[in-house]
Design a protein around this ligand. Structure first.
Ligand code: MRU
Length: 341
């Protein structure tokens, strides 16, 4: 199993996802500032994985604080939380994990060393829980996948795999569980412009596990569905509003429309921590905009002429009515019937 974020020898070890699939490399992160940079630059990415990384980042920040005064400590820790929150705006797991870490800090009554110890233990817990959650999502997904054909072809977008979580994955967790149970024939992976997480990361993960995978360009999904090649779509999520509207990687919304018009079931797989019950609609989900070079540059080559403008939203919001079911660790739900915590 792949573990993109682990705690080892007093530092956080991240798989450098910007180098895959050409090179498998890990980096050691010792400081909260470096963790913020790793999240911003997408060395670590995917909603649950950045939540786990941020939790460890909070501990790294806590151990950098030298005071013995509790109030000063909590004030400085708020600064660390702010730094980590400022990295990426859309995935709610980041804010959820940081919130949980701050709560532990406030609730620990002992001395500063005890607070620091509790923070490390909580980060470890967040990681372990995510791993378990993903396995449950995978197994719950199996219960709602179409019963026929016996071996399914599942299309996914971006990377919602082990690399995007503590391990196992959400959408790819469903794929893994289906593969283990003999219910999967093959994965189709949208390449996922502009950063190509599908072509680079999802395809790489599938190859590691011997899961047959076909990479397609994003604009081929409708054609594949028309040909009857796709039995179900399963994607991950970065933030789900209380009404079931779901933010995920840009292009997910297109895919949901295409799936609807071909009667292909469209599933979202995500932990409950991805549901933001404070937002009543997807319109309120903040959408990250990234640097235009992700569109105009490929390696060292320029893809466009000079003098054009760019718009590079990293996520879009799929309306709830296009989603067949949201698969969580607690079961699969119709998007408008999400159970409140
Ligand atoms: O920009 P990224 O690569 O962090 O976006 C990732 C996605 O959109 C994933 O589908 C989502 O975070 C779910 S990961 C289990």
């Amino acid at each position: 199993m792949l573990y993109p974020v682990i705690w080892k020898n007093d530092s956080v070890v991240l798989i450098d996802q910007t180098r895959l699939p050409n090179e498998y490399a890990v980096i050691e992160v010792h400081r909260s500032q470096d963790m913020a940079e790793a999240i911003r630059t997408m060395i670590v990415r995917g909603a649950p994985a950045i939540g786990v990384a941020a939790a460890y980042g909070m501990y790294l920040g806590a151990r950098e604080i030298k005071t013995n005064n509790r109030l000063e400590f909590l004030h400085d820790l708020e600064g660390v939380a702010q730094l980590l929150r400022s990295t990426r705006p859309t995935a709610v797991n980041l804010f959820w994990a940081i919130g949980r870490m701050m709560q532990i800090a406030y609730e620990t009554l002992g001395n500063i060393e005890e607070i620091k110890q509790n923070l490390l233990e909580t980060a470890e817990k967040i990681r372990a829980e995510d791993l378990e959650t993903c396995q449950l999502i995978g197994d719950n997904g199996l219960k709602v996948l179409p019963k026929t054909p016996e071996k399914l072809i599942i299309l996914t977008h971006c990377n919602a795999g082990a690399l995007a979580t503590a391990g196992y994955g959400t959408a790819l967790g469903v794929v893994r569980s289906a593969w283990k149970e003999g219910r999967l024939s093959r994965v189709f992976a949208d390449e996922t412009r502009p950063r190509l997480q599908g072509a680079k990361l999802t395809a790489w993960e599938c190859v590691q596990e011997g899961i047959p995978v076909t990479v397609i360009a994003d604009n081929m999904a409708a054609h594949c569905m028309k040909q009857g090649l796709i039995d179900a779509v399963v994607v991950g999520a970065d933030r789900i509003a209380a009404n079931g509207d779901t933010a995920n990687k840009i292009g997910t919304y297109n895919l949901a429309i295409v799936a609807k018009s071909h009667n292909v079931p469209f599933f979202v797989a995500a932990p409950v921590s991805t549901i933001d019950f404070t937002l009543d609609s997807g319109d309120k989900i903040p959408i990250e905009e990234r640097h235009p070079s992700e569109i105009y540059q490929l390696g060292d080559s320029m893809l466009t002429p000079l003098g054009v403008e760019f718009y590079n939203p990293a996520f879009d919001v799929t309306p709830a009515e296009l989603i067949t079911a949201i698969i969580t660790e607690n079961g699969a739900f119709a998007p408008h019937e999400l159970p409140t915590p």
